[in-house]
Write a protein that binds this ligand. Structure first.
Ligand code: UD1
Length: 418
């Protein structure tokens, strides 16, 4: 199994190209199921989660062609409406085919995702939302069966808690429903807006994009379109923090401040400077130590839970302390013991972690436990004294495109070992 070896201490300097967002690419690919015309997606990142989604879509009858620009999806005919356990188990975002399948074919069978390292991750809201659009839902042998043989009907659905993929599933389903749907307390994540813009380019009638109320006027059918996937804000935040942690100076090509509206002010507070250039973001570490700054994760525009572990790695070397509170996932501190093995001083109290800054981290063999936890160990390894060996890097490959190459390009001593 691949490992990543890092010899820490190098200052990051140079340019890093930010890839297309994984969490935008996955729902956009699922949107290909909604039409029998071709959907061209530009700037699709080369990630194992994207490959898993392509594999699932192929099983459903989608013809997926990768090209130098990105990906072309064409669903002339569906050959299956089942997302099997084997695929859903690997990638929970497979549930994104549920809405489009019921909308297009009048039925879908999707394996329940089961447990996941970072929490229970239920899909009850996806199901209640589809029921509000007239689908009949049953659970059998670990599968969700959804059916709407006469088609979905527009309706109102209020999310009791904000759900990103829940909003995306219902948004896609509602585009082909009869009449108007209102999704209230919808997720405002930029990836949801990106999906909505693509659906509108395909002929959908969605308004309220970027707000917490999405209004969808159903249409009979959707057309093909060409759409460019937005830049990955999680990758942007991750590399900004990597630059800051190593005392570096990095230009993030395609980075955008409006995609990190809460991360940017906290970075500024900790002493990092951020400057927006044309189609890039310039990150400069402070000349003194980073300052400890408290942080709480929240749905967008709040601080992304997918950047919590990286923020914690940043704060391990801060002058002072930082209280980090996780409000989205109940089991998302698995990086804590690993960071502590590298010399960090962190104590967890329920959903909060108190990070007291230390002067230096030390390299150690560590274990990646989930996607974002694993990159926080990469960040810590970049600045730790000696060698850090990260095991189970397949987590990293799910969401970070060519991570070693990008960091090596800025002077990091990092390599993949087999
Ligand atoms: C998406 C992101 C993931 C990110 C998360 C939160 C994708 C592919 N994944 O995951 O990277 O960490 O948003 O920003 O975009 N919930 C329910 N019932 C549901 C659905 C969710 O109770 O039916 C709860 C969850 O337990 C969690 C919260 O809602 O506490 C947010 O989850 P949700 O936004 O749905 O996360 P995902 O869409 O799975």
């Amino acid at each position: 199994m691949d490992k990543i070896a890092i010899r820490g201490g190098n200052v990051l300097q140079g340019d890093i190209k930010i890839s297309g967002a994984k969490n935008a690419a996955l729902p956009l690919m699922a949107a290909g199921l909604l039409t029998d015309k071709a959907l061209e997606l530009i700037n699709i990142p080369d990630l194992s989660d994207v490959a898993s989604m392509a594999e699932l879509l192929t099983q459903l009858g989608v013809v997926v062609d990768k090209n130098s620009q990105g990906m072309r999806l064409c669903t002339k005919n569906l050959i299956s409406t089942t997302a099997p356990y084997d695929v859903v188990r690997k990638m929970r975002a497979s549930v994104l085919v549920l809405g489009p399948l019921v909308a297009r074919a009048g039925e879908a069978h999707v394996s329940l995702p089961g447990g996941c390292a970072i929490g229970i991750r239920p899909i009850d809201l996806h199901l209640k939302g589809l029921e509000a659009l007239g689908a009949k839902i049953t659970l059998e042998d670990g599968y969700v069966n959804a059916s709407a043989p006469q088609g979905l009907k527009g309706g109102d659905f209020t999310f009791p808690v904000v759900s990103v993929t829940g909003t995306e599933n219902l948004l896609m389903a509602a585009t082909l429903a009869q009449g108007e749907t209102r999704l209230i307390n919808a997720a405002r994540e930029p990836e949801v807006a990106d999906l909505a813009h693509c659906l509108n380019a395909m002929g959908a009638k969605i308004s309220g994009i970027g707000t917490d109320t999405l209004i969808i006027e159903g249409v009979k059918s959707l057309e093909g379109a060409t759409h460019q996937v937005i830049a990955d804000r999680i990758e942007t935040g991750t590399y900004a923090m990597a630059a800051a942690l190593t005392g570096g100076h990095v230009r993030l090509l395609h980075g955008r401040l409006d995609l990190i509206p809460t991360v940017a002010p906290l970075l500024l507070q900790s002493g990092v400077s951020l400057e927006e250039e044309e189609n890039a973001l310039l990150i400069k570490a402070p000349s003194n130590r980073l300052q400890g700054v408290d942080m709480m994760t929240e749905p967008f525009p709040g601080f992304a839970t997918d950047l919590q572990a990286q923020w914690m790695a940043l704060m391990t070397l801060s002058d002072g302390a930082s209280m980090i509170t996780e409000t989205i996932w109940e089991n998302r501190f698995m990086h804590v013991p690993e960071l502590c093995r590298m010399g960090a001083n962190i104590t967890v109290h329920g959903s909060s972690a108190l990070v007291r800054g230390v002067k230096q981290l030390k390299g150690a063999p560590v274990m990646a436990t989930d996607l974002r936890a694993s990159v926080s160990l990469v960040l810590a390894g970049l600045v730790a004294e000696g060698e850090t060996l990260i095991n189970r890097v397949y987590h990293l490959d799910r969401g970070y495109e060519r991570v070693e190459e990008k960091l090596r390009g800025c002077g990091a001593d990092i390599e993949r070992v087999r």
